[in-house]
Design a protein around this ligand. Sequence first.
Ligand SMILES: C[S@@+](CC[C@H](N)C(=O)[O-])C[C@H]1O[C@@H](n2cnc3c(N)ncnc32)[C@H](O)[C@@H]1O
Length: 280
Amino acid sequence: MKDNYQTKNLIGADPVDFKRRIDEFATLQDATMEGYQSAAGQRRMSVGFRWGADHDFGDFKVSGMAKERPIWLLSHFMDLLPVLSRRLDGLRVLDIGCWTGGTSLALAAMGAHVVAIEEVKKYVDYLTYIRDSFATKTLEPRHLSLYELTTAEFQDAFDIVLFAGLHYHLSDPVLGTRITFNTVKPGGMCLLETAVMRSDARMLEYAGHNEIGRPENAIGANWFIPSPVVAAEIMREVGYRDVRSVVQASRGRRDRMIAVGTKMEQVDLLRAGFSVPTIR
Ligand SMILES: C[S@@+](CC[C@H](N)C(=O)[O-])C[C@H]1O[C@@H](n2cnc3c(N)ncnc32)[C@H](O)[C@@H]1O
């Protein structure tokens, strides 16, 4: 898989042009292309391009904030919660919040047809360029927010939905999780990975705009950090069944949790007070 996306396998681009184009993406600073009035008060990694995972392109390498996260993330769903096969041929996978596409590229290399969505346009443009440069026919990067996945094409459409590193970025995690549920085919599953509070309580902690204490909001833009029990409960609340989870202790302020939930069938949810009462 490591070889799939190396310069020796370029099809749609010359290696020199490819490196130049990658360097251009990496220096992008543009708030207006994201629909923001200005960069003020916006997340730095939305205004400016920041690498997600490390990528070894063969002739050159890039180092990302998330380092080798795509590899260990997917392997946790093979080892800690053994629900993911090493080959995904014939399966449709939705990768939500794909950033620079580390997991999307890995899932495509594992044989899946991957729809990778991301709210930040510059990352979608980058991943589309990578897709075209390596003629990866089974990857569809789309510039969409999770909240926009309510159209017919996204209903009951995926065997596997990867909902990783995103729960705590959502202003409405219950609505967001319900939307993931609606995208899964009956019999399919959602793989959740999230930061969690280190607590056994039923709590959602408000993290807010400046959680990491830097006024310019260097990385953050987290909204609510769930406790492990709440993250699992929200999955059940929106319709997932057979929810299983594993919490991984970390040395940092937050632990991480992985969970899997199955969509047995389309079921309704509590409508009273719901933020989008018409949601499927
Ligand atoms: C912490 S990164 C996680 C990346 C990757 N999913 C992973 O687990 O390594 C969160 C990504 O989700 C994107 N994102 C945040 N809110 C989103 C939303 N509502 N819809 C789509 N993407 C979103 C961010 O722009 C960012 O690229």
